[in-house]
Design a protein around this ligand. Structure first.
Ligand SMILES: Cc1cc2nc3c(=O)[nH]c(=O)nc-3n(C[C@H](O)[C@H](O)[C@H](O)COP(=O)(O)OP(=O)(O)OC[C@H]3O[C@@H](n4cnc5c(N)ncnc54)[C@H](O)[C@@H]3O)c2cc1C
Length: 388
């Protein structure tokens, strides 16, 4: 029996788009299915940083931070128009959870982990320059640091990856809903729907890149009992229509000490995020009044002159990486079922989409090569012969 595609990628966020592009580049005949719009899921809710997550950085995640900082450099090199460096300001106050010396040590480690030929190292801002920090509260201010990270346009990046995947022969279906997949001897029979039109095609392997919807989509493949339970973190942001500053700040929440970003956003200001575990329907994620209040009061505490009400608040969902045991020796963001020819992604980040896609495709190639050598050189129908 011939199959229409080597690989079917479900979900057109940054992770699905990255996997589809890497697969197409590696010669796999690929179809990617997205139900709403490219990058319209949690990718569109990201705050677009391409970074080593300084706000979460500790000795526990040093290898991941190193990988992310190397990725930051690679992405800035391969997509300089889309991924650009910016300075971020990090003020430290007397009552902050982190002292200025521990912050300095953290920034130094961050710079060292980034390695040679990466962004410039952090600096300490002289006290006589603090007045230029756009109304930052100077009472009990102990030190202000400046460091560089990068930012992108997540939607544009996702669209570019899909465009590149198409240029390398992939079929990109959007808006098309993935309905179900039924296991066959050679892979899967996949059913998708656009409006009232339903189509079925065959593929040898499925990559589930539906992020917060992964459990729902895996259930439609009959795999729910075989895959790990994903844990989700809800992140809440607020927006102001007024611009507080043209600078980007990381400030400590006066409630729980987490680091919040304050930055220019669509002509106004973005502040976030509060983070907490989320269970329930991903469609129903939304900010609570308490989360909004925590963010507003932290901004007012650090920028007392800025007493505008927020214009809107929103939440996004990110999944957590797997435990070492669940990942079975693989990267903790990937879950593979060799015999089911299934790959799921957990905890995918914008920053690490490229390296994750590369690791995913290496594993897919390995599984397809090892298990179905007899079909390796079979011609596949051209993607243009599938219409929906
Ligand atoms: C608030 C927030 C801020 C973040 N900020 C950053 C940051 O600054 N830097 C960083 O590196 N990372 C950041 N992240 C992490 C990262 O941006 C996201 O985790 C990542 O974009 C998720 O991408 P994804 O492709 O896995 O999921 P998504 O973008 O959610 O994509 C999944 C897609 O699957 C589609 N789908 C679902 N069901 C179906 C179906 N049945 N058929 C077809 N398609 C379906 C959805 O429509 C969706 O488009 C942030 C995350 C959040 C939540």
């Amino acid at each position: 029996m011939s199959t229409d595609f080597d690989l079917c990628v479900i979900g057109g966020g940054i992770i699905g788009a990255g996997i589809a592009q890497a697969a197409a580049l590696n010669g796999l005949s690929t179809v990617i299915v997205e139900r709403k719009g490219w990058g319209s899921g949690n990718t569109s809710r990201s705050n677009k940083l391409v970074h080593g997550s300084l706000e979460h950085f500790s000795g526990m995640n040093i290898f991941r931070t190193r990988e992310d900082l190397v990725e930051r450099q690679i992405l800035m090199r391969i997509a300089p128009d889309l991924i650009k460096p910016y300075w971020f300001y990090l003020p430290i106050f007397e009552n902050d959870k982190r002292s200025s010396w521990s912050t300095e040590l953290q920034l130094l480690t961050y710079d060292i982990l980034a390695g040679k030929n990466n962004l410039p190292w952090h600096k300490k801002i002289a006290e006589n320059e603090w007045r230029d920090l756009d109304g930052l509260n100077q009472s009990k201010l102990e030190a202000v640091y400046q460091f560089q990270d990068a930012q992108t346009d997540a939607l544009l990046l996702t669209q570019e990856l899909v465009r590149s995947a198409k240029m390398h022969g992939a079929l990109a279906l959007c808006p098309v809903n993935f309905d179900e997949a039924i296991k066959t001897a050679d892979g899967y029979s996949v059913q998708v729907t656009k409006g009232s039109r339903t189509r079925t095609f065959e593929c040898r392997f499925i990559a589930n890149a539906t992020g917060a919807w992964s459990s729902i989509t895996a259930g439609r493949m009959g795999l729910l009992s075989k895959i790990p339970n994903a844990q989700y973190t809800k992140s809440t942001y607020i927006e102001f229509s007024q611009q507080l500053s043209d600078k980007r700040f990381f400030i400590e929440s006066n409630h729980d000490g987490t680091r919040l970003i304050v930055m220019p956003w669509r002509g106004g200001t973005l502040v976030g995020a509060t983070e907490k575990l989320f269970t329930g329907n991903p469609e129903h994620v939304k900010p609570t009044a308490e989360e909004v209040e925590k963010l507003v009061s932290t901004v007012r505490h650090h920028f007392p002159h800025f007493n505008n009400p927020p214009s809107q608040a929103w939440s996004g969902l990110g999944s957590k990486s797997l435990s070492r045991k669940q990942a079975k020796g693989l990267d903790r963001r990937l879950f593979l079922l060799d015999e089911s020819r299934y790959l799921g992604v957990y905890g995918g980040q914008l920053t690490s989409y490229r390296i994750l896609a590369e690791k995913a495709v290496i594993n897919i190639l390995r599984i397809l090569n090892e298990t179905i050598e007899d079909t390796l050189n079979k011609p596949f129908v051209s993607s243009s012969s599938i219409s929906i």
